[in-house]
Ligand binder design. Structure first.
Ligand code: PHE
Length: 454
């Protein structure tokens, strides 16, 4: 426990935590989620979830990791021997996310290369599913590996595991210090160009136009909490693991606020960039904007290539900027996801870091190869659906209920955070975690479940 590695600097830790938070979820998940759940009105449940759940849980996870100095299963086991399983559950969710998250980064890398010649052509949908993923050629056949997906995927794993093998300071911290600032600069260029395109204002109007009736819908609130949890990487063992490498004197609360607001700022920026670009495309093609809005794979690999095709100038350059951003945003998050189970294995079996990286990363990378087959997209949808609908919000809810009510640790964690932080957290923090979050989230889930079965 004494010779646990440490971050080299406070900025290093914040960049790593923000690097984990800022990911594909910010770029391709947030804009469409907001649009589909009330547009401008979505900001209300979103901000509510950020302030009453996202940041308070972040403070809690930082305090757990910092106080108990272990990977999530070990820290939770030290919190209470009966809590270890929660850590492993979180590690398992992270593991499942990692096997498809890595594949998307691999696709983004391929599309970066395709940008040089705009190889996706005019029919970007046929290109993705047919030429690239080869789904059209072999319906129902899931066996064979598609080589041009496999090669970037192997590259993703080499980079990620390479970074992890170098350790906390020389690996994770050093990588984030380069990747995250680069990402922010690239993305700012994209957003500035996007908002000055023809039709950008129509796009922004569609994005911000509030549909107030959405506020009364439980589904919208679950979407807001789900977005906050996924986007801030809380409830996944990640922030507990990262904060276990903090030195004794570390301002936990302030770090949590910086990470939380930084992530949301990037999310808003991405929403503005994506919707400006969508507005531009709708105008160019003379179609209503709601016909072009989508999230996920479709947004990044079908719609964005089309938008780039329509660009007035420097098409190739913007293609490269966009897919480089996606790759960097993804890599810094993937590194954090893999670190959680690497750390979990290392603590549990007291083996060397090298061994646990090779075992943990090795298993995840082999599983991810499944997605390099012709049926990959099908698996991806299943896992993604499962994680988003049953994993994210539920894991967050269970975590706060257990820590607050079953193991009754909020007071001691509050005291721990206050001992090291400038900002002192008061009883509002305990009320948010112990009462508001469980009530709102529990009720919304129940309501949603009831509606689904009736
Ligand atoms: N927070 C990351 C994103 O927004 C994704 C992520 C989720 C990373 C869960 C780790 C764990 O894309």
């Amino acid at each position: 426990m004494e010779n646990r590695p440490q971050w080299g600097s406070r900025a290093g830790f914040i960049l790593a935590a923000a690097g984990s938070a800022i990911g594909l979820g910010n770029i391709w998940r947030f804009p469409a989620t907001a649009y589909e759940n009330g547009g401008g009105a979505f900001f209300l449940p979103y901000l509510f979830a950020l302030l009453t759940a996202g940041i308070p849980i972040l403070i809690m996870e930082f305090a757990i990791g910092h106080k108990y100095k272990g990977s999530s299963p070990l820290s939770l086991a030290r919190l209470s021997p009966k809590a270890e399983w929660l850590g492993w559950w979180q590690v398992a969710i992270s593991f499942f996310i990692s096997i498809y998250y890595s594949v998307i980064i691999a696709w983004a890398m391929s599309y970066f290369i395709f940008s040089f010649k705009l190889s996706w052509g005019k029919d970007t949908e046929a290109f993705l599913y047919g030429d690239y993923l080869k789904l059209a050629e072999a319906p129902g056949q899931t066996g064979s590996i598609v080589l041009h997906v496999l090669i970037p995927l192997v590259l993703v794993w080499i980079v990620t595991l390479g970074v992890l093998l170098k350790g906390i300071k020389k690996g994770i911290e050093a990588a984030n210090k380069i990747f995250l600032p680069t990402l922010i600069v690239l993305f700012l260029i994209i957003v500035i160009r996007a908002v000055t395109l023809d039709g950008a204002m129509e796009g922004l109007h569609a994005f911000f136009k509030p549909n107030w009736s959405a506020i009364g819908d439980g589904k919208v609130w679950i979407a807001a909490y789900g977005q906050i949890f996924f986007s801030l990487s809380v409830g996944f063992a990640i922030m507990i693991t990262y904060s276990s490498y903090l030195p004794k004197k570390s301002d936990l609360t302030n770090n949590a606020f910086i990470t939380g607001f930084g992530n949301s700022a990037f999310e808003l920026l991405a929403g503005i960039g994506v919707f400006s670009a969508l507005g531009f495309m709708a105008t160019q093609q003379g179609i209503p904007i709601d016909k072009v809005v989508q999230g996920g794979v479709g947004l990044a690999f079908v719609v964005f290539p089309q938008i780039i095709n329509e660009f007035p100038a420097f098409k190739q350059l913007f293609g490269m900027l966009f897919f480089a951003s996606l790759t960097l945003a993804g890599l810094t998050s993937l590194i954090s996801i893999i670190e959680t189970f690497v750390a979990g294995i290392q603590d549990k079996f007291t083996i060397s870091r090298t061994k646990s990286v090779l075992i943990g990363g090795g298993i995840a990378s082999i599983c991810s190869l499944l997605f390099a087959t012709q049926g990959g997209l099908y698996f991806l949808d299943v896992v993604d659906y499962f994680i988003n609908n049953f994993g994210v919000a539920l894991a967050g809810l269970v975590e706060v209920v257990l820590v607050a009510w079953v193991f009754k640790k909020l007071s001691s964690l509050q005291q721990h955070a206050n001992e090291v932080s400038d900002i002192r957290i008061g009883s509002w923090w305990k009320i948010c975690l112990g009462v508001v979050t469980p009530l709102v989230l529990g009720y919304m889930m129940f309501d949603n479940f009831r509606k689904n079965i009736s």
